[in-house]
Each structure stands twice: as C-alpha cells, then as structure tokens.
Design a protein around this ligand. Structure first.
Ligand code: APR
Length: 314
C-alpha cells in the first residue's frame, strides 16, 4: 500500500509540494484548502499528469478533512502572507488562528501522523502546531533550515563554480534575519570553506542567505518563494516516508539541547519514520552560541505574543 501525505493550503507552496510528491510515485496525496473547488481543480490537474510522468499515485483535492484520514505525514502551509498595513504581530496572530484550527482537524483524522509545519513565521507556527496537537515533540517538526541551507549552498556553488552536490552547510536558529549559518561546518568536497574563500566573500554569502526570502519577494512583487520551499518540503517528507534517518536542519522543540528549553528552533535533527527522531547536538563556539540564543530570543518574543493573545481570549 502507498503512503499517504496531506498538504493543507493549496497555494503556491502547498500545490507545488503536492506536485513534487506526486512525481515520486510512492505516496497518495490529499490537497486541502478553504477555497471552494481550488484544491479539487489543482488535484485533478496533477492527477492527469500521472500518465505522462509515470505516477500511479492518487491525488485528491478537498475542502474538508475526511479525505485526509490516516495520513502518514501532514504538511501545513495554510495561512496568509503579510498585506500592506499589517504588522508582523497581525500576521502572527492570524496565522496562529489558522494553524490552530487546521491542526485540530488534522489530529482528529490522523492521530498518528507526523506534522511538518511550513506556515510563517515558521518557528512560532511550529510551536503553535505542536502545542495545539498535543503530539509528542518527535511528531511535529518545521521546514526552514533545509531551505535556508539550500540557498546558502546555491550561493557557494555559484561563487566557486562547483556542483551544488559537493557543498554541505548548516544553518541554525529561527527562520528570520538572525538565522545562524554555521560557517565552521560548511564544506566543499569535505574541505572547510574558510580554506577556499576569503572571509569577506563568505560573509557576503551569509548575508545574502539571511535575506534570501526577501530577495525573492522583491523580485516576484506579489507572493513569496515556492519552488525551493516545496523542494525542501519534499526532501523532508521523503526522509520520513522512507525512514532515511537523514541528518537535516529542522525546526524542533528543544528540551535543554543547545541550552534552550521549551522552544521550537532550527537545529540539526535526525529525520525518519518517527519524525524528528533525535536532536543532534554539536559543540558551538561562544560566538555561535550567542548568535543562536539571539535568534531563539526573537522566536521567544513571538511565542510570548501568541501566549498573551491566547490568555486574553480565554
Ligand atoms: N485552511 C486551509 N487553507 C487555508 C486556510 C485554512 N484555514 N486559510 C488559508 N488557507 C489557504 C489559502 O486559501 C491559500 O490557498 O492557504 C493558502 C496559502 O497559499 P498562498 O497564499 O499561495 O501562500 P504560499 O506562497 O503557498 O505560502 C504558504 O508557506 O512558506 C510559507 O510564508 C509562506 O506562510 C506562507 C505559507
């Protein structure tokens, strides 16, 4: 029997993720959205690509959650993007309400699934989804680090004119301007990047990575990135479905690891059938630790805003 993956949010990120997962051929997918007929239309269109791409997997679109029952993995991309006049907090609280409502339905129909959080602001939404689900921490993880790392790897490969496959890198911390690309652990063909590029060049690539999402938004004018985000989602879904035990940067709920307790932040994790199977702790320098803590503090601020809002409304 094929695995089953639900993607909630049939917008750019969600629909492209389903397209990529369908192309793998070994998972049936369900695309869910609140907009009537939208997920059904996109799902049917993708299903009809099956004979051409050689995928016998099923793609279903739905406005409710019955069709999602017993999913192995549920990817949550539902939300809204920031509109003119909206503060970050407005976006935070709107997407908090959306992801809470979505999570409730997801848990009702797929009580044993692994949830992959994608909606922004990512780390805060991951925390909200974890808390709303009541799942153990291994069954909720967030996708941001794979994307941030992919951007960093792309820029390094371009700079050095080498294969992207030979560039390994890690980006820790929140999915924001203060993310922490770990230059010390960044290698090209196993050689530390500090041996290959001048420090100023590396600094410029780090800065471009930090602004990577914004660079795309500025070019697109409307909407944000979705090709690299959906590829990153697919890599994480595949690691879960095939129990690959991949070591990837993912947003995980920390319980004292890296000196952080009770917060979802980007760290290296082992990803397999159990979801976030292990936080891989690495020794950081004082500067790296400080940068990670500063990034975690930004996430904590958002989590506090969510907590206050929930307390006011309860
Ligand atoms: N339930 C299901 N779907 C919802 C809900 C809800 N309660 N609320 C909104 N949606 C849907 C919208 O109807 C829309 O189709 O979520 C979809 C979001 O799609 P886009 O606006 O195209 O956004 P997208 O670019 O796909 O990004 C989705 O991923 O990377 C992040 O920052 C990004 O938070 C954003 C998310």
């Amino acid at each position: 029997m094929r695995s089953k993956v639900t993607v909630v949010g049939a917008g750019n990120v969600g629909a492209t993720a389903v397209q990529r997962i369908h192309q793998l051929g070994y998972a049936d997918t369900v695309l869910v959205d609140v907009v009537e007929d939208l997920p059904q239309g996109k799902a049917l269109d993708m299903l009809e690509s099956g004979p051409v791409i050689g995928s016998d997997a099923m793609v279903t679109g739905s406005n409710d959650y019955e069709a999602t029952a017993d999913s192995d993995v549920v990817v949550i991309t539902a939300g809204i993007a920031r509109r003119p006049g909206m503060s970050r907090d407005d976006l935070l609280l709107t997407n908090m309400n959306i992801t809470s409502a979505v999570t409730e339905q997801v848990v009702k129909y797929s009580p044993n699934c692994i949830i992959l959080a994608v909606t922004n602001p990512l780390d805060a939404m991951c925390q909200n989804i974890l808390e709303s689900s009541g799942f153990p921490r291994n069954r909720v993880l967030g996708m941001a680090g794979v994307l941030d790392t992919a951007r960093f790897r792309t820029f390094i490969a371009q700079e050095m004119n080498v294969s992207v496959e030979d560039v390994q890198a890690y980006v820790l911390g929140g999915h924001g301007d203060d993310m922490v690309p770990l230059v010390r652990y960044t290698t090209v063909g196993g050689i530390p990047i500090s041996e290959l590029l001048p420090a100023e060049t590396v600094d410029a690539l780090v800065e471009r990575t930090r602004q990577g999402g914004g660079e795309i938004v500025a070019l697109l004018k409307a909407g944000s990135a979705y090709y690299a985000p959906s590829a990153s989602i697919t890599q994480m879904v595949e690691a879960i479905l095939l129990d690959k035990k991949r070591i990837l940067p993912g947003c995980a709920y920390l319980e004292g690891e890296f000196g952080i307790n009770g917060l979802c932040v980007g760290v290296p994790v082992k990803v397999g059938t159990g979801g976030m199977e292990q936080v891989i702790e690495i020794k950081l320098t004082d500067a790296e630790q400080k940068a990670l803590e500063a990034s975690a503090a930004s996430v904590q601020e958002l989590v506090d805003v969510m907590r206050n809002s929930k307390a006011e409304n309860s």
